[in-house]
Write a protein that binds this ligand. Structure first.
Ligand code: ADP
Length: 594
């Protein structure tokens, strides 16, 4: 129980605070609705016995009409107010939904990169997403039981006062039944929650199949490799698992639901019998008897309502808790707070070894390497040698398993993470352009200025003419997800735009991982011809298979099996006897010559 209370406390503290900061008026409207809800049952509790008392006593027509009209009018006003406030609340619900989606997305973007591959973090994200949507019903889903609980409490205090004075036995009977059905309801909820955890994995797979596979980027492979049947089969098999899990939940819940309903019938019989007997024996007037029947109904109704609301709060809080947990998910990497000085830097990899999370294979093994200020370093080696991993570690997307990376003599973990990220402008092999305009893709921030900078950079990488050919110029949207007039750039064009994005960031270190792999030889030549110019004065790290590019660099590091096997200038390495570089260079030169 303690654990549930903690969860309820944590979740409601979070959402009440977040909600209050977002829309204060929402809570005023909620409070208004709560007061109306708690007052509504007292209309019948007061007016019906009064009307019956009048009918059985004085029979004054004016008073009768007055009572009936007041009842009808008040019920009407309450209903209208209730409906109107409910409508306002619904609208706030929409706004909250967008708000929480936004803060979830923001949190995902702030997560340490290595968590993107962490299964536990991904599961937590899936739980957070679902927990905040249909499972908990979002802000409204959480607040509905909370405010209904409070309104039930107000009503309850009123009827308890009435019953204590007139029929305390009724209080006793009703309390026993409510407590018993509470226990049963608890079991029903527990079964549902156990099922929910199991369903989370299946839902993630559904999410993948449902969203990613209709993404047109998969379209070519699905068609050409005729994989539609396999996808549909997978879908079918996961649907079966899903159905089976749901059926199991329903089967376990059914007997408990029947038991709960049976107890309600017994409760009604006991109360009618007791109050009826009092009236027949003349120990209670008919009007009071009716009032007590009503009050008893309201008592069980509101008590059960409150218990139900509490259980709902518990259930919804346990779902929404996944959201709060995700917001509090511990960072994967320690972050320092040392400021990063402006300008160029020296980097040093010292006894660096690394294996990816969840794997014990050392992808890098005792690497020692220094990159001087403004140096242009070429990193070469066969596929899988660990070149990309090296730059991912340098950019602090992962932390080394052993050894350290120093910037200006200080371990990079000591630096302020955000500032450290600003040191690099990388173009990774699997870079991504967004379905936004070319300008937005290059600047990656909301800005009206800097259009000149965009044009300049496009000019430098030989893309300006092509971009200006489009009707909207640098405002042309890429891809067709949001804009059907969006263009579909070729692989080479995308790579050029990604390079432009790195150049425009104006960071002191530019990293190009296979920067020209998708370019045709002429475009590649153009880029290299201008590259010295483009990265002049900056530190640059090139990873490339094409050794011709190494000739532009000050130093070359040859990676093999996770180690630096050779290091030096082009001239030094090409003359090394039995050297890997010399052999690779000769092989490529021969290839080009032949
Ligand atoms: P290179 O850039 O030299 O081709 P990488 O640095 O990309 O090599 O990869 C080095 C090794 O690390 C490869 O064996 C690759 O399969 C493995 N690897 C790369 N990324 C991951 C990852 N995210 N998780 C586990 N292993 C990885």
């Amino acid at each position: 129980m303690k654990k549930h209370e903690n969860v309820i406390g944590r979740v409601y503290a979070y959402f009440l605070k977040e909600g209050w900061n977002r829309h204060k008026l929402y809570f005023v409207v909620r409070a208004g609705k709560m007061i109306i809800q708690s007052a509504t049952p007292f209309l019948t509790i007061y007016f019906i016995p009064a009307i019956i008392g009048e009918l059985m006593g004085n029979k004054n027509p004016n008073r009768l009409i007055g009572l009936a009209a007041s009842l009808v009018l008040l019920e009407f006003v309450f209903a209208i107010l209730n409906g109107t406030l409910g409508n306002v609340i619904e609208r706030y619900g929409q706004s909250f939904e967008n708000h929480f989606k936004m803060i979830l997305s923001k949190r995902i973007m702030e997560l340490d990169f290595q968590m993107i591959e962490d299964k536990k973090a991904l599961d937590q994200l899936e739980l957070a997403r679902n927990g905040m949507s249909w499972y908990s019903g979002g802000m409204n889903g959480l607040m509905e039981p909370f405010f209904s609980f409070l309104s039930g409490l107000i009503t309850l205090l009123g009827v308890v006062a009435l019953l204590t004075v007139n029929a305390p036995v009724v209080l006793l009977i009703a309390s026993v039944v409510v407590i018993a059905s509470t226990v049963v309801n608890g079991k029903i909820n527990q079964i549902e929650q156990e099922g929910y955890r199991k369903l989370s994995k299946i839902n993630r797979i559904f999410g993948y199949l449902g969203w990613n596979l209709v993404d047109f980027r998969y379209g070519k492979d699905i068609r050409l490799y005729d994989s539609k049947d396999m996808m549909v089969k997978k879908w079918g098999s996961f649907t079966e698992d899903w159905n089976k899990e749901n059926m199991e939940i329903a089967d376990r819940q059914l007997p408990l639901q029947l038991l709960r309903d049976g107890m309600q019938v017994i409760h009604d019989i006991a109360i009618y019998f007791y109050l009826g007997a009092l009236a027949i024996l003349g120990k209670m007037t008919v009007a009071t008897c009716i009032q007590m029947v009503n009050a008893a109904g309201t008592f069980t109704g509101s008590l059960r309502g409150m218990v139900f609301c509490y259980q709902e709060m518990m259930k919804k809080a346990s779902y929404a808790n996944e959201f709060v947990s995700f917001m509090d998910y511990p960072p994967a990497m320690p972050k320092g707070n040392m400021p990063v000085k402006k300008g160029k830097h020296i980097f040093e990899f010292r006894n660096l070894s690394f294996s990816y999370p969840g794997s014990d294979v050392n992808v890098l093994q005792n690497v020692n390497l220094t990159i001087q200020e403004g140096e242009h370093l070429s990193v070469v080696g066969l596929n899988g040698a660990g070149k990309t991993t090296l730059v991912k570690l340098l950019c602090r997307l992962y932390d080394p398993t052993e050894g350290e990376i120093l910037m200006d003599g200080v371990n990079i973990k000591e630096y302020d993470y955000q500032e450290y990220m600003q040191v690099f402008a990388p173009v990774f092999q699997d870079f991504k352009l967004f379905a936004f305009s070319i300008k937005e893709n290059l600047l990656l921030k909301e800005t009206v200025a800097e259009e000149e900078a965009v044009r300049d950079t496009l000019e430098k990488i030989g893309m300006l003419q092509r971009v200006e050919f489009f009707k909207d110029g640098i405002d042309t949207v890429l891809f067709k997800q949001f804009d059907e007039t969006g263009i579909e750039p070729s692989g080479g064009e995308q790579q050029k735009l990604a390079i432009a994005r790195a150049l425009i960031k104006d960071a002191p270190v530019v990293i190009l991982d296979e920067p020209t792999a998708a370019l045709d030889p002429i475009a590649e030549y153009e880029i290299y011809k201008h590259f010295e110019d483009l990265v002049k004065g900056k530190t640059a790290i090139y990873i490339s298979h094409r050794l011709s590019s190494c000739q532009f660099c000050d130093k070359i590091a040859v990676f093999s099996e996770g180690c630096v096997k050779e290091y030096g200038t082009h001239r030094e390495l090409v003359n090394l006897e039995n050297g890997i570089y010399a052999e690779m260079f000769a092989a490529q030169a021969q290839y080009y010559v032949s």
